[in-house]
Design a binder for this molecule. Structure first.
Ligand SMILES: [Zn+2]
Ligand SMILES: [Zn+2]
Length: 162
């Protein structure tokens, strides 16, 4: 069973192989399947999301293979990782718009912010320290407006959405 086709953006196995090679990655059947699942993900995805999307059709791929493959893809800048706290490690495909996240310690709310919000910080680091910072997908932790205004009495969200 092939899972490489995406109805919205049909990609052949050959297209996926080209994508891998262009990032300096060796092409393996596992990588093709995992890359196809990444491209089909609408937004953020976790290793578990990818694993559950492919597990039925690919019994030979286990969760630790997915973890290792995502790590490799991240090193080659094919996907971007961030740690949203509470064990939530998520990724997005680099073809989607760059952004960062604000994460509320109290209620777990996650607010997606535009990449350029951090630009003044990057400029200051460059001007003051000559340091060219690399901030591809940051999570900034703190307290959201609702929690601040309600003295922390906001009902905690059971599962903050990325
Ligand atoms: Zn994100
Ligand atoms: Zn909050």
């Amino acid at each position: 069973m092939e899972t490489v086709m995406d109805q919205r953006h049909p990609r052949t196995r050959a297209d996926l192989a080209v994508m891998l090679r262009s990032r300096g990655l060796r092409v393996t059947p596992q990588r093709i399947v995992i890359l196809a699942a990444i491209l089909e993900a609408q937004d953020h995805f976790s290793a578990e999301d990818i694993y559950s999307a492919i597990a039925d059709d690919n019994p030979g791929i286990n969760l630790s293979t997915v973890y290792r493959t995502l790590e490799t893809f991240e090193q080659q800048h094919l996907i971007r990782r961030t740690d949203l706290g509470r064990g939530r490690i998520v990724y997005y495909y680099v073809g989607r718009p760059s952004h960062h996240h604000l994460v509320c310690h109290h209620c777990g709310r996650i607010i997606q912010i535009e990449e350029e919000v951090l630009q003044p910080l990057l400029d200051q680091l460059l001007v003051r320290y000559g340091f060219h910072a690399d901030l591809p997908h940051q999570s900034i932790f703190g307290h959201c407006a609702a929690c601040l205004h309600h003295g922390g009495e906001e009902e905690p969200l059971p599962n903050g959405k990325a």
